[in-house]
Design a protein around this ligand. Sequence first.
Ligand SMILES: [Zn+2]
Length: 174
Amino acid sequence: MNRVALLPRHGMTMPAFGYSDDERFARVFRATWKRLPLHVRRALLRHWRTPCSITTLLRQPVIEVLPFLSRVDDPCAVGVCRQEGYEFQFRSDAVNAMPDDALAVLIAHELCHGYFFSVQHPDRTGDEFEEDMVRETLGAWDFDEETIDEWYCAHPPLIAELAEASTAAKEPNR
Ligand SMILES: [Zn+2]
């Protein structure tokens, strides 16, 4: 499996599965990373250097672009952060369809969840409240979630397709 450099200075790479233009994803990821406040980047790097308490096998964050998010119920979800901020998955069909600016907000959104984990943030509630806090925090970091909202609104057929594709994948025998 080829890997693509994500943050070369920190030895971070991602698998090049080829479901998306992985070089482009990595480029947008790097540009997004640079826009995060320094203390946020430091908190995440510190967190990722500490072995994950859930999966001790994870010694660096796992960042993947895949056709489907595993273990996610919301069929419209296009990104997820879990394993205490060590695992990030993005849906390739959404990544491929999104312009760079919307993709940057999506990446920043998931990294913000990871940041909440890294600092044991009190807003890390795992529910709608956390989503609101992510949105607010992103605003403070100068990322505008409206960019994604507008993109969604402009692509309702695609969103419906995403939902349908996930449902179909989960019920292969139907
Ligand atoms: Zn979220």
